[in-house]
Write a protein that binds this ligand. Structure first.
Ligand SMILES: O=C1CCCN[C@@H]1CCCn1cnc2ccccc2c1=O
Length: 485
């Protein structure tokens, strides 16, 4: 049958696996952790990419493409933090029947691929800032439960790698990029995120500090890192000898950033907005915003109705709205309604004999099923209005749901109780790493431990004398905690 067999609020994991396939975003692949991204998913990726790529071009960041393969020598260069990631690195050891002299790694990220050449290209201050980005795939041979878009062994991303003469320039760019990531989530995917700084324990070990946008999945009560923008400080400059001669002729090391968002964004969108009828696409990232369905009756003027559907599509497309008609004669209107609801098309337009006779159309919203009859003369204006309303109400609904999942905790008991209720917890913390490790240890379990998600830039009041929820020591900052992906 057409409908989903799993309900989102009953068995979320199965619901998700079913909806990504029935919505024609994903086809499962015969290698574990690898998935086929079908056009319906690729279109979402491309719409986001179009926005982000245009924005970084405004920042004078240039696209490039570095090799997929990494030589072991250079990969080991980052040995201090790489050992944590080493098990995830995939290696090419053979070509045809013959063993390779030296195995070659497949990039899990491109710092070690790019930075030897940053060292070569950057000589003087006139070579700075060097600001490159690449749109590519990366491979991380993870073993924990693979999930389409959310956790896969290969994924698409962009990775930006920039080098500056001063710390100030780097600090500024970190936040400019983070704001773009917020816009990707809140303005395109209609998902609320929290901007914040990662703890020393959770940050990118090779960097100086990490900022991120954190999303939340109410159904599982888990936080999810939406995107990251790291300041690497001069750590990689030291490792890869990326120096320059400044205006005073002194030799000094560059200040670097690296930042990424990935195809994981699409999974978050599905998890947040999807329902028991299937995908729900926010209009701004929907490759098809309006589907027009004819509802012919036996003795009605079927050809006239079909022509009205095509004319409606033409009018909408001329106005820049992504619209198509489903004129297939081998499927019933009812079948088409379910099909396009499963695929999450934000707005359906029906044209039956009555609509046709009155020179109007019936518009049905995917998010709340509201029906509106629109006279043809008002078509473009009303459809644009409805698409904007859908975009906005998806965001508002997701924000209200996320906010309802946030619980303030001031004591360990309150923390554990909130965790048990699948909440994201906002708690005052002494900012001591040992305490953070202790929270992980004390919350270990089959659901996974709680960890710090970020310290929000938007800090609530912290009255003098406020105690850390976990250690009882004087609290230094508010942080979000929770189980996570
Ligand atoms: O996030 C970003 C933004 C884009 C560029 N890279 C940074 C940091 C990546 C951290 N990381 C993440 N997984 C890895 C897996 C294997 C080897 C190395 C790594 C690794 O360095």
């Amino acid at each position: 049958g057409l409908g989903l067999t799993n309900k989102k609020d009953e068995n979320f994991g199965e619901w998700y696996s079913e909806v990504v396939v029935n919505g024609e975003m994903i086809e499962y692949y015969d290698i574990s952790g690898c998935y086929i991204l079908r056009p319906w998913a690729m279109a979402v990726w491309e719409i986001m990419q179009k926005f982000f790529d245009a924005e970084i071009k405004k920042m004078k960041i240039k696209n490039c493409y570095f090799p997929l393969f990494v030589s072991p020598a250079v990969l080991q260069k980052e040995k201090d933090h790489i050992e944590g990631f080493a098990p995830e690195v995939a290696w090419v050891t053979k070509s045809g029947q013959s063993e390779l002299e030296v195995p070659i790694a497949i990039r899990p990220t491109s710092e070690t691929v790019m930075y030897p050449y940053y060292s070569k290209w950057i000589r003087g201050h006139r070579d700075l800032p060097l600001k490159l980005n690449q749109w590519c795939n990366v491979v991380r041979w993870e073993f924990s439960n693979p999930t389409p878009f959310i956790r896969s062994r290969e994924f698409l991303w962009q990775e930006g790698h920039t080098a500056f003469a001063t710390k100030e320039e780097a600090d500024t760019e970190v936040l400019e990029i983070l704001e773009l990531y917020r816009r990707i989530y809140e303005e395109f995917l209609a998902i609320p995120v929290i901007k914040g700084k990662k703890s020393e324990l959770e940050k990118f070990a090779g960097g100086f500090y990490t900022t991120s946008v954190e999303a939340f999945i109410p159904n599982t009560g888990r936080g999810i890192q939406g995107a990251t923008s790291h300041c690497l400080g001069q750590n990689f400059a030291k490792m890869f000898e990326i120096n320059f001669e400044n205006e005073k002729g002194e030799k000094s090391m560059v200040w670097q950033n690296s930042w990424a968002y990935s195809s994981r964004t699409i999974g978050v969108m599905i998890m947040v907005h999807g329902d028991d009828k299937g995908l729900v696409l926010p209009p701004r990232v929907a490759s098809l915003q309006v589907v027009v369905v004819p509802v012919p009756y036996k003795d009605a003027d079927t050809q006239g109705i079909f022509d009205a559907c095509s004319a409606t599509v033409d009018t909408l497309c001329e106005a820049g709205i992504r619209a198509e008609a489903d004129l297939r004669d081998n499927y019933s209107p009812g079948w088409k309604y379910s099909h396009w609801e499963m695929k999450g098309v934000p707005l359906r337009i029906e044209i039956g004999p009555k609509d046709f006779a009155n020179n109007q159309v019936r518009a049905v919203r995917r998010d709340n099923s509201a029906k509106t009859d629109i006279p043809h003369a008002e078509l473009v204006e009303k459809v644009n209005q409805m698409l904007e309303d859908i975009q906005q109400s998806l965001f508002v609904a997701a924000k209200e749901k996320r906010d309802a999942c946030v619980q303030v905790a001031r004591t360990w008991e309150e923390f554990v109780e909130a965790l048990g209720q699948k909440k994201m917890i906002l708690a005052p913390w002494c900012d001591e790493e040992e305490v953070e490790k202790d929270v992980k240890a004390r919350t270990k379990g089959e659901m996974g431990a709680a960890k710090s998600l970020c310290s929000p830039f938007d800090q609530p009041e912290l009255p003098e004398g406020t105690k850390c929820f976990a250690s009882g020591k004087p609290a230094k900052k508010w942080s979000y905690w929770g189980r996570s992906y």
